[in-house]
Design a protein around this ligand. Structure first.
Ligand code: TYD
Length: 137
């Protein structure tokens, strides 16, 4: 298996239909998001200073959108790290499998909306950083 690299994480712009009545954005499997969407979940009401999701997935791919407010996504491929700030509802961050990621610095009332390539499976998680680093070496 090729190791995942931080450069594979990328911002993807979504359609934005501007309208005086309010703007509209959308995403479709395979067309805007580079995988078939199997699941979506959202993170909200995050208390100040908290972070979510310090782990990697063996197989799962995700696409993360800040539907409201802002937060950072910390990304780590075991060698290189970077932080991406999400703060608009018309683009998102693609995160392939085998990238350690953490959502952090949530603004008040922010909502992280995530679409995923697989249904929930605890067995797909790598929650131990050293195990991840060795597996992605
Ligand atoms: P988890 O992914 O560990 O949250 P985080 O990484 O943000 O800290 O999920 C927390 C709990 O929610 C965990 O017990 C499993 C459950 N869960 C589901 O049942 N389905 C899902 O789609 C997700 C994302 C979590």
């Amino acid at each position: 298996m090729n190791r995942s690299r931080i450069e594979q994480c990328r911002i993807i712009d979504l359609p934005k239909i501007m309208d005086d009545r309010g703007n509209l954005s959308f995403m479709e499997s395979s067309r805007h998001v580079p995988f078939a969407i199997r699941r979506s979940y959202w993170i909200y009401d995050v208390p100040g200073g908290e972070s979510r999701g310090s782990h990697a997935y063996r197989e799962l791919e995700e696409f993360v959108v800040a539907l409201s407010g802002s937060f950072e996504v910390f990304l780590d491929d075991g060698v290189h790290q970077k932080v991406v700030t999400l703060n608009r509802a018309y683009y998102g961050l693609y995160v392939p499998s085998m990238i350690w990621r953490r959502l952090q610095n949530f603004s008040t009332n922010s909502v992280a909306f995530i679409v995923a390539s697989r249904s929930y499976s605890e067995g797909d998680y790598i929650r131990d950083y050293e195990e991840f680093r060795k597996a992605n070496a």
